[in-house]
Design a protein around this ligand. Structure first.
Ligand SMILES: CC(C)(COP(=O)(O)OP(=O)(O)OC[C@H]1O[C@@H](n2cnc3c(N)ncnc32)[C@H](O)[C@@H]1OP(=O)(O)O)[C@@H](O)C(=O)NCCC(=O)NCCS
Length: 183
């Protein structure tokens, strides 16, 4: 059992726990959040949510073989969002969401920068990928502020919309992130 925590000026990124389900359901039950994510159905399904939460808790028991590592983000002791890395055995891909009441305060840029710093410090990966829907300016801004650059276009299934949506694939190298940190 690990107890990984990342602290920033305003936030704590920590391992998920079963009691998070209420805040997850509240925030992901918001169509404005769900519609920008690939794997979240709308309306939100509590039972599927509980099953996924159980899995992401278990994955932290053996981080080296986990298919995905998910941090939950706390602000003033309350869970407000999530940052995750999947495909950790290939090129890690970052994913994130923030409950709508917390948008527009720089919280996710702060969380993503800290999570990437953790990834580069604790693994040998040289690159992390990020994908956002073309229309998702807020998310593309988060990636750009953290040093990501666009490398191509793709399309992903949005469960909430029941359709494919065009998106932009971005990459961040260890070197580019380090250069941004020291600038
Ligand atoms: C993507 C998402 C996390 C972005 O959240 P966000 O709050 O816009 O992102 P940030 O944390 O970077 O905050 C940026 C805003 O905070 C403002 N801000 C206020 N105080 C700030 C501070 N102290 N520091 C930095 N920025 C601050 C910035 O000016 C910026 O607003 P602007 O873009 O209008 O200029 C959010 O829109 C979301 O969860 N959407 C739904 C799910 C989703 O899209 N996930 C990503 C899928 S790829």
């Amino acid at each position: 059992m690990t107890n990984t925590q990342i602290k920033t000026q305003r936030l704590v990124l920590r391992q998920p726990r079963a009691s998070d389900i209420q805040m997850i359901a509240q925030h992901l039950g918001d169509y404005e959040v769900a519609k920008m994510l690939a794997r979240v159905p709308y309306p939100y399904d509590l039972e599927t949510g509980r099953q996924r939460l159980q899995k992401i808790i278990e994955w932290w028991e053996k981080p080296s073989s986990a298919p995905e590592l998910v941090f939950h983000v706390d602000h003033k002791g309350q869970m407000i969002g999530s940052v995750s890395f999947k495909a950790l055995h290939e090129t890690p891909e970052i994913g994130y969401w923030l409950g709508r009441p917390h948008w527009g305060q720089g919280m996710m840029s702060e969380a993503v920068a800290a999570a990437i710093d953790w990834l580069f410090q604790t693994t040998d990966h040289e690159m992390v990928l990020g994908t956002a829907m073309e229309e998702n300016t807020n998310s593309l801004n988060v990636l750009t502020k953290c040093g990501f650059e666009a490398i191509g276009r793709s399309a992903s299934m949005s469960l909430a919309r029941g359709d494919y949506v065009p998106d932009i694939v971005m990459k961040l190298t260890r070197n580019a992130f380090t250069a941004l940190k020291v600038a």
